[in-house]
Design a protein around this ligand. Sequence first.
Ligand SMILES: [Zn+2]
Length: 244
Amino acid sequence: MSICFRFHGSLTELLHNRWQGRKEVLLPFTRAAAIKDVLEAFGPPHTEIGSIVCNGQEVDFSWPVSSGQEFEIDSISAPWDVTKTSLLRPLPLPSLKFYTDLTVGRLTHYLRMAGFDTMYDPDQRGRPLAVSVQREQRVLLTKNLDLLKYKEVEFGRAVRAVGPAGQLWEVLCLFGVTTLKRPFSRCLACNRLLEPVKKETVMHRLEPLTIRYYNEFYICRFCDRLFWPGSHVERMRTILNGLM
Ligand SMILES: [Zn+2]
């Protein structure tokens, strides 16, 4: 007897080529395994799966597959509240914070500009990165499907959009963010919160034109970078307003 799998929602985008466009896949039962491992062999990382129903009953990732079973597998649907318990993710996150990797490096700045706490360490790869994501209790954003398949990564998203603005939009939609709480409040370089600083105390670090046109300044106490609402902020504000 075989096992039947039906994939729904955005999971179909992540199926390996041989299963693309198939309404259902029948596989012979060959060995005992947990449904999580069986599903990941089709392509989609476990982080993309929102629900698994076996013969009409909702089950978790440890469910043992056996012959004659029929599975309906659905993607995570928006808005995704990572602070709520679910059958597949019994330990929710304390808050919505992100971890980005090299494959979506430019998205890091966009998320920080939008006010999201976003960690990025280009030197970390593979399992050490997955362990950091788990320890930091963050959502991993990446285009690397193999990275999302580490068991340590419980919350993650295979980012589909190509450019950083589209990627930010994808993230805002998935997590149901309709208003930005603190845009332009974080250091773009190191993610720390910025503090306002008096113009006269940083005057010696500014170009003449900046002194002439700007009066509002912020400093990162960690990396000592200065920020002011210049042209890049205006450009970003336009993008954010367009997206929201
Ligand atoms: Zn900084």
